[in-house]
Design a protein around this ligand. Structure first.
Ligand code: PLP
Length: 428
């Protein structure tokens, strides 16, 4: 829809056109016959109907407790849930609250982690400020930065995450240009990144915190750790959070969510904030919503307390393990033989990031995208995941999501993609 742009705020104009997620959704709805390997939805079939029902029954059994849940809550969020989240995080990270200078008053509940990311960005960043991020990165956060008039600067990453030397080089260049003072944050998805599937190694986590602290002589540089996919681990060991490498607790902002591990419809997320950001985030949040949905927070507290959460995550991991195997097997079979096609092999999350021969563009207007639709499959063009929207970055990348499709559809979808690629490079 076109609005009269001249009557809109500067921020609305910065936000730009329609987000890619809406465009892909419209295509999926218009073509229900397509196998969508594009939208980052979680698996419909494993959404926790029974655990939610059980937790709700327990919650509603005590009328006083039920009424408390149905009332407004506080801006910071429901204390028993915040305590439970903190305990679980410390246990997963293998440290005590004292060792990493953390306490429950730093933990703020939000409506999904996107809200937390937005609030943190809004309290930290002025128009023209710079955030370093992976190239590629989570495209919704790129949109958040666009909304705020912030300049994302992409840095290179590999199979271990953001490359410290690349960050160092970038910071040195910005200092030489007199712009170091505008660098306020480094944004990184630490587990099974969206879109690359990469998990940042423990060594890199420590290096990122060290770099941010060492380069904070012009203005404080925070590391925003987005841990949306931590629980979706199918192979290998968990890695302590990047937050746990910040014993002082004043550098890292941690963003967590139950959207992937339980239900995005319940949409409960949280942040663990450096001490000086707690009041600004809560003040802003208070002005915006004076509290995220209280009922949903009580529900998640019950889900955690009763062990329903852990049992559900174990089921999810089993289901998604089959799907990631199906995706990688199909890629080996149908894409492997095509010269110049490569992909990373994630051990968790929902995404497989694929590189095509350089001459094959993947964008919405590209011959490949058209051909993929003809063959019956939808993917996410990689260019939407780059800080400069593909202007100088590669245009030959694409992201597949295996969350919503069955193993059989995944195989058919990847086979269809293989046919589309062969067609476009003239081997079809
Ligand atoms: C990397 C990343 N961060 C954060 C989110 C936000 O999830 P929510 O706002 O539902 O917690 C997503 C959702 O897809 C994501 O991929």
């Amino acid at each position: 829809m076109t609005a009269n742009r001249c009557c809109l705020s500067q921020r609305a104009r910065w936000a730009g056109g329609e987000p890619i997620a809406n465009l892909l959704m419209a295509k999926t709805v218009a073509h229900p016959e397509l196998i969508s390997l594009a939208a980052g939805f979680v698996d419909q079939q494993t959404l926790p109907v029974e655990p939610t029902q059980t937790a709700l029954e327990r919650m509603l059994a005590d009328p006083d407790a039920a009424r408390a849940a149905l009332q407004y809550g506080t801006t910071v969020g429901y204390l028993p849930l915040r305590e439970a989240i903190l305990d679980r995080m410390l246990e997963a990270d293998g440290c005590t609250a004292g060792e990493v200078n953390i306490s429950v008053d730093r933990l703020v509940m939000t409506a999904g982690s996107n809200q937390l990311l937005y609030l943190v960005a809004d309290v930290l960043l002025d128009p023209g400020d710079i955030v370093l991020c992976g190239s590629p990165s989570y495209y919704v956060f790129l949109g958040t930065m666009a909304n705020l008039g912030v300049r994302p600067v992409g840095v290179a990453s590999d199979q271990c995450g953001l490359i410290p030397e690349a960050i160092e080089e970038c910071l040195a260049r910005l200092e030489a240009d007199g712009e170091l003072g505008r660098v306020k944050a480094i944004y990184v998805t630490t587990y099974y990144d969206n879109p690359t599937g990469v998990t940042v190694s423990a060594e890199r986590r420590a290096a990122l915190v060290e770099l941010a602290q060492r380069w904070s002589h012009r203005s404080k540089i925070r590391v925003i750790e987005d841990a949306a996919y931590r629980e979706l681990r199918y192979y290998g060991d968990d890695v302590p959070s990047l937050r746990s490498f910040d014993p002082g607790g004043d550098t890292v902002v941690f963003a967590g969510t139950f959207s992937k591990s339980f239900s995005p419809g319940i949409r409960v997320g949280w942040g663990i904030l450096p001490p000086d950001l707690v009041a600004p985030v809560l003040n802003e949040k208070g002005n915006i919503d004076f509290g995220s949905p209280n009922f949903n927070q009580h529900l998640m507290a019950e889900v955690l307390r009763s062990g329903l959460f852990d049992a559900h995550v174990a089921r999810l991991q089993e289901g998604y393990r089959r799907k990631i195997d199906a995706t990688l097997d199909a890629a080996d079979t149908f894409l492997g033989p095509i010269e110049g096609v490569r992909w990373l092999r994630p051990t968790g999350g929902l995404y497989v990031w694929i590189e095509l021969p350089e001459a094959i563009e993947t964008g919405l207007a590209s011959p490949l995208f058209e051909q993929a639709l003809t063959e019956g499959v939808l993917y996410l063009p990689g260019e939407y995941c780059y800080p400069d929207a593909g202007r100088t970055s590669p245009r030959n990348m694409l992201r597949l999501t295996f969350g919503i499709q069955s193993c059989q559809s995944i195989r058919q979808g990847v086979e269809a993609l293989g046919r589309a690629i062969r067609h476009v490079i003239g081997q079809g």
